[in-house]
Design a protein around this ligand. Structure first.
Ligand code: NAI
Ligand code: MG
Length: 326
């Protein structure tokens, strides 16, 4: 059976790393059909919607979506795309690799980030010339759906607990609801939880990341803390992510369009290729997924490496090495 993938390169290095991921997916023994679709700053620059309806429709119809990165229009592109595939959780693993300098080599954790609401629900208003407000949305439904996913996630990996990050001591109503809903579902499913205030977690992660495995977070906290974790493991060039919904999913690196290096051919393709490995897991090809991860690991260990990891390799030479590793 053919798996239909919609590939959206976007802007900047998105257009440089996405072709690398497609090369890798074409090299594994799985039947994919790719359709390329447009989105991002370069589309907006033509006076069009940065996320054209045609792209939205393709994404809503595909088995899975691969996304590179958008630039200034990121919020107009990636938030509706994550919604178009119906994703409710953003899975962001952060781990270190042999051969890569890391601030905290013992880091090996995953964020399960709520992906539909919180402060990213899109309710911002300008009430007057000097006053703006933001409405934070937290529902039992979204929090419970995230918690159910978290319970399955840990059970499938023979773990028995996860950590809930929140700030319910201040945001008593919204984060209180989030924490209570997640803890309630976990208790029903027999999964243990511990809780940590998200600001304290930022410090704990820097001092003792090895104490954490699976961290369930509200939307914004997951965004911020996963970039912090990227800093612990060697940079954004290494962090993949998956946006999972009941019927389809979207895979993207955590990084953006990196305008500072775009066009120079030195973007690290690892985050994008590791996102493609998460896609392989999602379409139930765990052997192919593991082979891709192993090939990335081998390349990170032996080189070539891109300049963000201290090397002098290029997107192309790293991609070629990963392909050879496969
Ligand atoms: P960024 O992730 O694009 O870059 C941050 C830093 O990390 C830069 O120094 C960049 O060179 C480096 N970096 C990122 N990915 C890399 C890779 N694969 N290889 C080597 N170095 C890499 O974040 P920044 O600079 O905050 O945002 C740049 C643009 O990207 C903005 O317009 C922003 O709106 C957009 N953005 C888009 C996202 C998305 O499409 N999902 C996510 C984050 C930012
Ligand atoms: Mg981010």
């Amino acid at each position: 059976m053919t798996t239909d993938i919609v590939a959206i390169p976007g802007d900047g290095i998105g257009g440089e790393v996405l072709p690398a991921a497609i090369k890798i997916l074409e090299a594994v023994d799985v039947d994919f059909e790719f359709t390329e679709a447009e989105a991002g700053d370069h589309v907006a620059a033509e006076g069009r919607d940065p996320l054209p309806q045609a792209t939205r429709d393709l994404a809503a119809d595909a088995d899975a979506v691969l996304f590179g990165a958008a630039g200034e229009t990121a919020a107009d592109v990636i938030l509706p795309l994550r919604a178009a595939v119906g994703s409710f959780v953003n899975v962001r693993p952060a781990r270190t690799y042999p051969g890569v300098d890391a601030v905290k080599p013992e880091t090996d954790l995953v964020f399960l980030r709520e992906n539909t609401e919180g402060v990213y629900a899109g309710h911002e208003d300008r009430l007057s010339e000097n006053l703006s407000t933001l409405t934070r949305v937290v529902t039992d439904e979204a929090s419970e759906q995230l918690a159910e996913y978290a319970c399955e996630y840990v059970s499938e990996r023979d773990m028995d607990s996860f950590t809930i990050a929140h700030k319910a001591n201040v945001m008593r109503e919204t984060d209180g609801r989030f924490r209570d809903a997640v803890a309630r579902v976990a208790a029903e499913k027999g999964v243990e939880t511990d809780e940590v205030l998200m600001d304290a977690l930022a410090m704990h992660l820097i001092l003792r990341p090895e104490e954490y495995d699976v961290i369930v977070t509200p939307n914004l906290a997951g965004d911020v803390l996963s970039d912090l974790a990227a800093g612990l493991v060697g940079g954004l060039g290494l962090l993949p992510s998956a946006n999972i919904g009941p019927k389809r999913a979207l895979f993207e690196p955590v990084h953006g369009s990196a305008p500072d290096i775009a066009g120079t051919g030195i973007a690290n393709p690892s985050a994008m290729v590791l996102s493609a490995a998460m896609l392989l897991d999602y379409v139930d090809e765990p052997v192919a997924a593991e082979n891709v991860r192993t090939a990335v690991e081998k390349t990170l260990k032996s080189g070539p490496r891109t300049p963000d990891l201290g090397g002098d390799g290029s997107t192309e030479s790293v991609t070629t090495a990963i392909l050879e590793g496969l």
